[in-house]
Write a protein that binds this ligand. Structure first.
Ligand code: PLP
Length: 393
């Protein structure tokens, strides 16, 4: 991701900033497109992972659809030229205003998360003399084997409709003349690296589509959601997620009937590796128990480590940019630091006890794999400036 030219370019820039490697982004999208196209699968990009305009423009140019979780994301998808017939809209708390905006935009489908929401969409569509296309988001009670903060498909989670409510769903759908049922939707969590989890999901989807067909509904769309994980520990050796293996699981284990479409909603896997947060060391605090490196970036620029105890690789670009052998020569001078931000919260720590070469004020640092749930979660806490984005080209 970084060569000596990139790093020397960074030296003149104000930090912190998000660096985007657009070449890597395109390689990733190429891999995703090739792997999904071979089976005729439909991929919607989950915009909440990153809605930087340049990133959206690049993703849109591949013809991917958009997966939105707010009315403004629906609007942004359309404003950024995503095809409205490929826009899906999920979320447990869609407001009337958001539903109306999506109805006006004639999107492909609402992924509906409660029985009450079905009736509300029906009423709002009726008032506009429209038919809303809906898929039922089912909570399949499949354990995503990921961090509990980013698990969404268990009975205890707020998302989706539980299996024991399906009779009520069927009854409501029959009563709602302004709804058109098109299929079933799932999304069980994020940063899923064990493909076995997706096999279990396929089994559930197969059962659920049989249930709907047995109850007189035609299931045209099977939307499996997203969640494919990336390698936060080895961003350089594993920059591109295993799209081949991922899609193949669905090819092998999903019962796809003639005329059915299989849809996916990937966020993280498409964008995470192509960005890093670049920061400078402001202060080095050598203590009796702990050494701290205080960076000029913190939880206001990248909150995943603080919010989900997530690991993101930290590198000192000013001292580690050399070859492997140079790095091993430095081994004798390896220090342990808590790498922290400037924000007035104790939780504002990127990682504790990071092994790094001896580091100094002014050193450039990269926090890798920041392309998903990074820039989009930035906040203005402490009245911090909104930081810039820098592109490889
Ligand atoms: C967030 C989200 C996704 C994408 O999740 P990733 O882990 O980024 O792939 C897909 N579908 C829905 C409904 C989501 O909320």
């Amino acid at each position: 991701m970084f060569n000596t030219n990139t790093i020397s370019r960074f030296k003149d820039l104000e930090t912190p900033f998000y660096y985007y490697d657009l070449g890597l982004l395109r390689h990733t999208l190429d891999a995703c497109k090739m792997a999904s196209d071979q089976y005729g699968f439909h991929v919607h990009y989950a915009m909440k992972a990153n809605f930087n305009p340049k990133v959206l423009e690049t993703i849109q140019s591949y013809g991917f659809g958009a997966d939105c979780v707010s009315g403004n994301e629906v609007k942004a998808a359309i404003a950024n030229d995503f095809d409205k017939s490929k826009v899906v809209f999920a979320g447990v708390g869609k407001s009337d205003k958001e539903i109306n905006a999506a109805l006006d935009a004639d999107i492909f489908c609402f992924n509906v998360e409660s029985i009450q929401e079905l009736s509300i969409i029906n009423d709002l569509a009726k008032a506009k003399n429209k038919k809303a296309k809906v898929a039922i988001r089912i909570n399949p009670n499949v354990d995503a084997q990921t961090h509990h903060f980013i698990t969404t498909g268990l009975d205890e989670n707020k998302f989706g409709i539980n299996i024991w409510q399906l009779n009520d769903v069927a009854e409501t759908l029959r009563k709602c003349a302004s709804l058109q049922f098109i299929g079933i939707h799932f999304h069980i969590g994020s940063q899923i690296t064990d493909l076995e989890v997706y096999k279990n999901l396929c089994t559930r989807i197969n059962d659920m589509q049989d249930w709907f067909e047995d109850h007189g509904f035609q299931v045209k769309v099977l939307n499996t959601g997203g969640g494919l994980g990336v390698d936060y520990h080895h961003p350089d050796t594993n920059p591109i997620p295993n799209f081949e293996g991922y899609f193949k699981v669905f090819k092998d284990f999903l019962k796809v009937k003639p005329g059915q479409e299989v849809h996916f909603e990937l966020g993280r896997a498409m964008v995470a590796q192509s960005s890093a947060l670049i920061a400078r060391v402001l202060y080095v605090k050598i203590g009796q128990k702990k050494n701290f490196l205080v960076l000029d970036a913190g939880m206001t620029e990248l909150i995943r480590p603080m919010l989900y105890q997530a690991y993101q690789k930290i590198e000192n670009l000013s001292r580690e940019s050399g070859s492997e052998s140079q790095i091993s020569n430095l081994k004798s001078q390896i220090f342990k630091y808590d790498v922290v931000g400037p924000i007035c919260e104790s939780t504002d720590c990127f990682q504790k006890d990071v092994e790094l070469p001896e580091s100094f004020r002014g050193d450039l640092f990269a926090i890798r794999t920041a392309g998903a749930y990074g820039e989009v979660m930035a906040s203005g806490y402490n009245l911090r400036d909104r930081v810039q984005s820098v592109y490889s080209e």
